[in-house]
Structures are given as C-alpha cells and as structure tokens.
Design a protein around this ligand. Structure first.
Ligand code: 1Q0
Length: 215
C-alpha cells in the first residue's frame, strides 16, 4: 500500500489495526478494533464538514467503549473490555446488556460500529468493481444494503445529505495516495480481506449470544 507522507489518514494503518484485532483463538482485541475506526474517522474528516456529524457519532462510540475499558474505580470490569468475548461475558453477567431498551453498553456500541463496517466493506467492493459509477452512488447503494434498515427515517434523510458530500473518484485516489487505478486496486486488495475478517468474526461472535438485534 502506498504511504502518504503528507496526510493524516493512512489506509495501511486501518489494515494493520484490523488485522491485529483478530487473535489466533478467534477473538477480537477491542483496542485495535477501535484504533482501526479512529483511522477511518480521519478519512471522513479529510472530506469536510458535511460528514462531520457522522465522524462525531463514530468518535462518540469509540469513546463509549474506551471509557468502559477505563473501568472507573472498578479495575476488574475495565480489564474485561480487552477482548470482544470477555466484554460480552462480563456485560451479560452483570446485566449491562439490555435486549429491550437502548443503552450505551459496550456490546450494543460494537454492534452498531460493526454494521457500519459492513457498509464500508460493500462500498469498497463496489469501488473496486465499478469504476464508472460515482462513489456517491456506490455509497448510497451500500447504505441501502447494510445500514438503512437500522436507521430511523430522519437518519436516512441525513445519510442522503452525506452522500451529496462524497467526492468523485479522483479525490478518493488522492486521499489514499494511489497514483492510478492499479494503486487503488492494491489498496482495496489489502483492505478488503482485513475488514471482512474482523467484520465476520465480530458479527459471528455477537450472533452466538443473540446480539445482532440489540435495540
Ligand atoms: C466515504 C464517505 C462516507 C459517507 C458515509 C455515509 C454512510 C453512512 C451514513 C450514516 C448516517 C448516520 C449517522 C448517525 C447515525 C446513528 O444514529 C447511528 C446509530 O447510532 P445510535 O447510537 O444513535 O443508535 N450510527 C451508526 O449507525 C454509525 C454509522 C457510522 C457510519 C460510518 C461510516 C464510515 C466511514 C468510513 C470512511 C470511509 C473510508 C473509505 C476509504 C476509501 C478508500 C478508497
């Protein structure tokens, strides 16, 4: 992957964090998972203020889990936020996960972030496959497939506004420092498997505990 000396966002960092997030015994290291997201936030910030409300939402969710991991006065509960499985175990044992009403549990927060990761996977797939259509259109298509059904009517309108701010293809190439189409293909070729792997593992682990539909 090309390095971008002059830019804050590095796709290679996203790939590294999401790769490092997956452990040999099929668990997810939450700190790496959140750092991967943090890097994606930088990408959105590079696109400007219209997408600001989305990066704020993501930054807030990263903060929720990090805050829980700090554990306040309770070190033992903080330690439980090292991996996805230990977080799930602890939050279930303590009744922190609520299956009926919306709460800011770690499980619920990771679930929402992970759905957005599916959006990203679909979007990047489309970006690699369909060079003739505008990224904005591909964004919308991926959104309808992965996220829209989880969002309120109002959020869906807000998302429509965000699509208008999605730049054309050359701008994407520039932000990932790809000089040509071959360069993008290389970026996507390494990003897609890393994103796909951590997405699948996170979803499957949440599914084992019937957590795919938390409010
Ligand atoms: C690249 C352009 C980005 C355009 C993204 C638009 C798609 C998503 C639109 C979502 C709008 C909804 C905003 C907030 C909704 C929240 O209500 C919702 C639920 O939270 P809660 O607690 O209120 O129940 N939050 C979410 O569902 C999180 C949604 C986050 C969307 C994250 C988008 C991730 C963007 C990644 C950067 C793209 C990097 C591309 C690299 C390209 C390389 C060639």
């Amino acid at each position: 992957i090309p390095q971008c000396p002059d830019q804050r966002f590095q796709m290679s960092r996203v790939v590294r964090e999401f790769t490092d997030a997956v452990t040999e015994d099929q668990d997810v290291l939450l700190e790496h998972y959140l750092s991967g997201w943090e890097e994606l936030v930088k990408f959105m910030e590079a696109l400007g203020s219209v997408l600001g409300f989305i990066s704020q939402d993501v930054t807030g969710k990263i903060g929720v889990v990090r805050e829980l991991a700090l554990g306040g006065s309770d070190r033992a509960s903080g330690d439980a936020y090292r991996t996805l499985r230990s977080m799930i175990r602890m939050e279930l044992a303590r009744g922190i996960v609520n299956f009926r009403v919306k709460t800011a549990s770690g499980c619920r927060t990771v679930l929402v972030l992970n759905r957005a990761l599916k959006w990203l996977e679909l979007f990047l797939e489309k970006l690699g496959r369909d060079k003739r259509r505008s990224p904005s259109e591909l964004c919308r298509e991926a959104y309808l497939q992965a996220l829209a059904r989880h969002h309120s009517w109002l959020m869906q309108r807000a998302a429509e506004l965000a699509f208008l701010a999605v730049p054309e293809r050359p701008e994407f190439l520039h932000i990932v420092c790809a000089r040509d189409e071959q360069g993008v293909a290389r970026v996507l070729g390494s990003a897609l498997p890393a994103i796909g792997r951590v997405y699948n593992l996170t979803r499957d682990t949440l599914a084992e505990h019937n957590m795919l539909n938390l409010p």
